[in-house]
Design a protein around this ligand. Structure first.
Ligand code: NAG
Ligand code: NAG
Length: 309
């Protein structure tokens, strides 16, 4: 008995040494000792979502409070320009409460990413009514009169918010398998978890009001989500990765339900998107080399900049 235990106690460190030696030696990138120095690929993939986190932080901060990062965490902007047209939204108590929580979570996400990669300054963001109105006009293929105003009331703000965390979510799902360091994957999983939660809360609030007709457009909340998702699929150019709140049963979970409070593929797994797909969507141009939409001068970071002149 004693001998076996002794052998065992010797065996464990030997196996561990072999394990670490092998992984470090054959594949430096996955070496657990090197997690503080992630590869270039990891750095690029981790800095890219800063673009989206800046947008989310500003949209939610302004929506709930009427001011943004310049007031609550100026150092995180690294001197980037203030967003265009962001303002306080006319929200009911519950919605404001939830949006404020999301806002502070986004500030945390910016901190988390910047703790790992140096990142870049806040890019110019266009969060004006006009910017959102254009997305809705593009989604419906006609000009809304009066133009859609994301800040007018809770319904509109939640519909506008439907645009926000989901894009980040698909980006994190897409980035995860491409990351080399465990620390990078841990960060992305942590970001993904909370972004998915935000998306779920927004979708649940909208789902509870799916049949509500949005004034004065005569269009239901469900129809808004459907059209926005269709637009994103069209701009992303990589098939269906986005679905509204109510779908054909064939598209629902296990082809059994039309209610679609959360998006998933055939096996109810989250869809993934590449940075290129995301740029095509957030620029509203369908082309990662043609900035516009929420990023009038384009997104920042090595990946986004590689597509700009
Ligand atoms: C991190 O990796 C880069 C690129 O491989 C290398 O140039 C640099 O010296 C490394 N830094 C540290 C602290 O190991
Ligand atoms: C995207 O835009 C660039 C720059 O205008 C252009 O050269 C390229 O052909 C466009 N790509 C597509 C797929 O339209």
């Amino acid at each position: 008995m004693r001998i076996i235990e002794e052998r065992r106690s010797l065996l464990v460190p030997i196996v561990m040494v072999l394990f670490f030696f092998n992984t470090c030696h054959l594949q430096v990138m996955s070496c657990p000792m090197q997690t503080t120095n992630c590869t270039d690929q990891d750095r690029k993939l981790l800095e890219f979502p800063l673009n989206l986190e800046y947008l989310e932080a500003e949209f939610f901060l302004f929506g709930a409070l009427g001011f943004g990062l310049d007031s609550v965490a100026p150092s995180l902007t690294m001197g980037g320009p203030s967003p265009i047209g962001a303002q306080i939204a006319n929200l009911d108590r519950l919605t404001r409460d939830i949006v404020l929580q999301f806002a502070w979570q986004e500030v945390g996400h910016l901190r988390a990413i910047k703790k790992t990669v140096k990142g870049f300054a806040r890019p110019l963001l266009d969060l004006s009514k006009k910017s959102f109105a254009k997305v809705m006009d593009d989604a419906f293929g006609r000009k809304f009169v009066p133009p859609f105003d994301p800040y007018a009331n809770s319904y509109n703000y939640l519909i506008a918010s439907y645009l926000v965390p989901y894009v980040g979510l698909t980006g994190y799902v897409g980035a995860n398998p491409k990351l080399h360091c465990p620390a990078s994957r841990k960060l992305v999983a942590g970001l993904l978890g909370v972004e998915s939660g935000q998306d779920a809360v927004i979708r649940t609030m909208l789902y509870a009001r799916a049949k509500h007709i949005v004034h004065p457009y005569g269009v239901s909340v469900a129809a808004f989500t459907d059209r926005i998702s269709d637009l994103r699929n069209k701009l992303g150019k990589r098939g269906v990765k986005d679905e509204g709140l109510v779908v054909h049963k064939a598209m629902g979970a296990e082809e059994n339900v039309a209610g679609n409070v959360l998006v998933g593929d055939k096996m109810s797994l989250a869809f993934d998107r590449t940075p290129e797909e995301i740029l095509r969507i957030v620029y509203g141009s369908g082309n990662e080399s043609v900035p516009g939409g929420f990023y009038p001068k384009g997104a920042d970071g090595e990946i986004a900049k590689s597509y700009l002149d």
